[in-house]
Design a protein around this ligand. Sequence first.
Ligand SMILES: [Zn+2]
Length: 326
Amino acid sequence: MEHTISRRGLIGSVAGLSAGVVGASMLGESTLAAVTAPGRRASLRIAHLTDLHIQPERAAAEGVAACLRHVQAHASKPDLIITGGDTIMDSFEADEARTTTQWDLWSRVIRAECSLPVLSVVGNHDIWGWNKGKSRTRGSEARWGKKWVCEQFARDKTYASTERAGWRIILLDSTQVDKDDANGYDAFLDEEQFNWLDGELKSAGNTPVLIVSHIPILSVTVFHGIKPDNKGDLKVSGGLMHTDFERLRALFAKHRNVKLCLSGHMHLLDRCELDGVTYICGGAVSGGWWKGNHKTCQPGYGVTELRDDGTFTYEYLPYGWVAREK
Ligand SMILES: [Zn+2]
């Protein structure tokens, strides 16, 4: 192992993440400090677990537990877990009782099976009741919308940032109400979050930046299965990839410190590079929503190692889950 990580109390800035870290806040720590022997390179190993979709059916909780055990069994164990959104199967269209069941399952598994700090990204399925008809909500419930998931993650905002081992880690909230359909969503940053991100990148200066969003900012997999329409054009739905990609690309070009953008949502694995930024869509812990593989993607998770010279490695690791009938 190239490095050791100590859990000393805290250095570094923690912006917007006052109580924002489920695991870390449970552990009473705010950040990790890298301790590096002379001549050795500091690094941070992160397990990126996205699209867990925990539910009572198909032994999903056992699957998540198996994945967490796999993560923690590595000879060089990750220092940190980032969950990439869609923590639960769905609360967007679910009633209060079903949503409670799923969050309880998540809380039990993470408490019983995870000894690492956890940072969490909000996914579209983690938002409660935006489809009012199907969820039988009114919109006036105390935990309606993004409030419930914020409560679960012990956060006051859906987006957050922290600094660890010489990297700034930014967690974005991709999911906004579809302007044409109040029961639906599109992927973009609202003005408040976009301005906050601009400030974060500005204040990061030369510090390398990792951005984690649930929905990809840029992805190749969004074209998977899309056929040309009657005009011969390939059209990507606004719920599949950030519709403000061009605006974000220009923002990254202005600050030049974003190295890696990780995402989920597609349950597929891809990697593309543009203007010096690498975009990786990191599969799914649940594979095909606990029914096996999704297309070519096995249930798995990513491990990325962030080095203090701004470079990184990434590897996708299936954890051997076999789908259950029920
Ligand atoms: Zn999703």
